[in-house]
Write a protein that binds this ligand. Structure first.
Ligand SMILES: *Cc1c(COP(=O)(O)O)cnc(C)c1O
Length: 369
């Protein structure tokens, strides 16, 4: 009996076990400790930033960064419509209003020219645009260079993008701050966790303070702000350090898988790999877009075929402007995200996929084609 093949499952080895057991035996179980300090320093170095704050999730990192950037009630924040809901939810937590902007057709990343237009339109209406939160979708960096020219503070949602680069610059290094995720299906995992990275010492300190219940450093627990219980635990940081030590190997395997998909679909009319021209991508998820009129079959049909072989696939994120919870939100749209949602399919992309599992995936695709 074959076991199920997942889209992006945790890639765990003896290294993680060793780091975790060592952390347990060290006595630094909770809340903080030397593995957390080291993990922060190592992630900051990888992202090319001066500071990092380990937190309980990528969503928490986004929330704290927005608060520290002064985002609050009455503000608007530009968010790509093609993203996971956490990007928009973090904006709502602050009391601000997410405003959705459509995608570049090729990568699915936020359309920078359209974002600039949305900012101008909102300002003409007298609204304050407090931040733009571009997402490095599926591990391909957004066009931060163009976005940075728009005069709005930038918070990079790099939850999917650890290890990616754009023009030689690492994901996480663009803008005032960036959020990383170490959730179970991300490029590295701590089972659950995230990190805020930034060059801004005061912003990092503010986030660290808010993440620990905004407790003043006095014995009687003085509080001048409403804080959060958002810190990453030392044990999970130990797992993260083990994962990070293996990152380059994991990136190489995801890229190799991407190249195999590219070869498989190269001669197939109407099929392309989303963002395939972007060589700095970390290849977190390989997504194919299928033009049914040219291919004669749909992305959905391929997904159903693979499901019969117990192989998981997934549509791309359902755009936020289509979500019931965000139906009232303002949006600047071109139809590109809707088109990607209708034609896209994410394929198994995990670095833990062994030779036998890969053979099953590619045999099933060959059979379908
Ligand atoms: C995973 C993800 C998040 C949230 O990260 P968590 O660690 O799950 O909270 C935010 N934004 C994007 C784009 C993501 O893919």
């Amino acid at each position: 009996m074959n076991s199920r093949i997942f889209l992006s499952a945790p890639d765990i080895s003896g290294t993680e076990e060793r780091y975790l057991v060592n952390a347990l035996r060290s006595g630094w179980v909770a809340p903080v400790g030397p593995d957390l300090d080291a993990f922060e320093a190592e992630v900051a170095q990888r992202c090319g930033t001066a500071h990092a704050v380990g937190v309980s999730s990528g969503t928490a990192a986004l929330h704290l960064a927005l608060l520290a950037m002064g985002v609050g009630p009455g503000d608007t924040v530009i968010v790509p419509t093609l993203t996971f809901a956490a990007t928009a939810n973090a904006v709502v937590y602050t009391g601000a209003e997410p405003v959705f902007v459509d995608s570049e057709p090729d990568t699915g990343n936020i359309d920078a020219a359209l974002a600039e237009r949305a900012v101008a339109d909102l300002r003409r209406e007298g609204r304050r645009v407090a931040a733009v939160v571009p997402v490095d979708l599926f591990g391909t960096c957004a066009d931060h260079e163009s976005l940075l020219k728009v005069d709005v503070p930038l918070l990079e949602d790099a939850a999917e993008a650890l290890g990616a680069t754009r023009d030689g610059r690492p994901a996480g290094s663009f803008g005032r701050a960036a959020a990383l995720s170490f959730n179970g299906n991300k490029i590295i995992t701590t089972s659950g966790g995230g990190m805020l990275v930034t060059d801004d010492a005061a912003l990092a300190e503010r986030c660290r303070h808010l993440a620990t219940q905004a407790r003043q450093p006095v014995p009687h627990y003085e509080h001048a702000d409403v804080g959060y219980n958002y810190r990453l635990s030392n044990l999970l940081a130990a797992v993260g350090r083990a994962q990070l030590s293996r990152l380059d190997g994991m990136l190489a395997r995801r890229r190799q898988l991407r190249e195999r998909y590219a070869k498989t679909f190269a001669g197939v009319p109407g099929v392309r790999i989303v963002g395939d021209g972007e060589h700095g991508s970390n290849c977190w998820l390989t997504v194919v877009a299928v033009e049914e009129r040219e291919s004669g079959w749909s992305a959905e049909a391929l997904g159903e075929h693979l499901a019969r072989h117990d192989i998981e696939t997934r549509p791309v994120w359902k755009p936020m402007h289509r979500q019931p919870v965000y139906r009232q939100a303002r949006s600047w749209l071109t139809g590109a995200a809707d088109h990607l949602f209708a034609t896209g399919l994410a394929l198994p992309s995990g670095s833990q996929l062994g030779d036998a599992a890969q053979r099953r995936v590619f045999d099933a695709i060959d059979e379908f084609l």
